[in-house]
Design a protein around this ligand. Structure first.
Ligand code: UT7
Length: 322
């Protein structure tokens, strides 16, 4: 018998306030034309004072539980991927746990920035397959608007806030056809200086602001994403032509195009939401996944691949039969 973590449901949440490129151009020295041409972004959502990483995560988690038909009390593991927690500690996952009314389960945050959801779902998968957990909530939630330097047009136009969540269950079957088939994670800490926040409790005692050398990150992203995707498909014993949907991290439409070209994947097989949400870091993959599940593009039986790359650098991919 093969024991696998299976996808039971997805959910997402966005702040109330949508901000178009045109609105941004009123306060930042930029233009709709530049942003669309260089990134594909047309809109992002920005959290209000009463919207936080934990509150968005809780809303996304509720939607995922509803879609899965699972009661909050049946969850025994919550992993929240975020680089923008409500507090330095405790983990925002425990705030989500309390908001959902779960009195006892495992709950912790994972910090791998834009790859955070891939790290979180891979840990959840391992814990489910080992028997340490049975029903997991895996969430990516961010309020990057709080760590942007709004004077720096090279970064502030690129990011947005939001959350996405999945509920994972467990299935034992002879074929093991459904569920997470393979996942692979990487990190290379030598690239800290290309994408980072210039503050932290142990260094400056401040939260800090996001800093990025965009062009260098771009180059690494295309190479690393294509390579980890090939790696994980090999681990699953499948080829790229078996992929029904690629659900990539949504940083830049040009990165998505270049990665699809490198992998010889049709652009029609790539879920793109960067135009609507901008880069929501750890939230971007589960947010895109939820959009494509709800609009009916992803159907039961489809083979999907999740992938992301972000600060660290960290990157990873996960193959999943829905
Ligand atoms: O989620 C983690 C992963 N992150 C990423 O994957 C981001 C990867 N990098 C990128 O997406 C792209 O490199 C950017 C979108 C950040 C930048 O695009 P680019 O085509 O590499 O532009 P650039 O940095 O080469 O800048 C070109 C020009 C510069 O002007 P000069 O020096 O040529 O006169 C910039 O000053 O565009 C200027 N510029 C802007 N102009 C209007 C930079 N930002 C803006 C802006 N509005 N917001």
């Amino acid at each position: 018998m093969i024991r696998r973590a299976i996808l039971l449901g997805t959910g997402s949440a966005l702040p109330v306030r949508a901000v178009s490129n045109a609105e941004l151009a009123q306060t930042v020295d930029t233009s709709d034309e530049w942003i669309v041409e260089r990134t594909g972004i047309r809109n992002r959502y920005i959290a209000g004072d009463d919207e936080t990483t934990a509150s968005l995560a809780t809303d996304a988690a509720r939607a995922a539980l509803d879609a899965a038909g699972v009661a909050a009390q049946d969850i025994d593991l919550i992993i929240l991927a975020t680089a923008t927690p409500d507090q330095t500690f405790p983990a925002s996952a425990t705030k989500v746990q309390a908001a959902l009314g779960i009195n006892d389960c495992i709950a912790f945050d994972v910090a791998a920035v834009c790859s955070g959801f891939l790290y979180a779902i891979t840990v959840a998968d391992s814990m489910i397959r080992s028997g340490a957990a049975h029903r997991a909530l895996v969430i990516g939630s961010e309020t990057f608007s709080r760590i942007l330097d709004w004077e720096d047009r090279t970064t502030c136009v690129l990011f947005g806030d939001g959350a996405g969540a999945v509920v994972l269950g467990v299935e034992e079957s002879a074929e093991g056809a459904r569920g997470i088939l393979a996942s692979k994670l990487h990190a290379d800490g030598r690239h800290n200086g290309l994408l980072y926040v210039d503050g932290g409790p142990s260094t400056t005692q401040t939260v800090g602001k996001l800093r990025m050398k965009g062009q260098e990150v771009f180059r690494h992203a295309v190479v690393n994403l294509a390579s980890v995707l090939n790696e994980v498909m090999g681990m699953a014993g499948l080829s790229n032509s078996d992929i029904d949907w690629l659900v990539p991290h949504q940083a830049n439409a040009r990165i998505l195009d270049a990665t699809a070209r490198k992998l010889k994947l049709s652009p029609d097989r790539v879920v793109v939401t960067v135009d609507r949400h901008a880069n929501t870091s750890a939230a971007s993959v589960p947010l895109a996944l939820d959009c494509a599940m709800r609009d009916g593009r992803i159907k039961p039986g489809d083979l999907i691949v999740l992938e992301a790359m972000g600060g660290g650098f960290t990157w990873g991919a996960c193959v999943l039969r829905v």
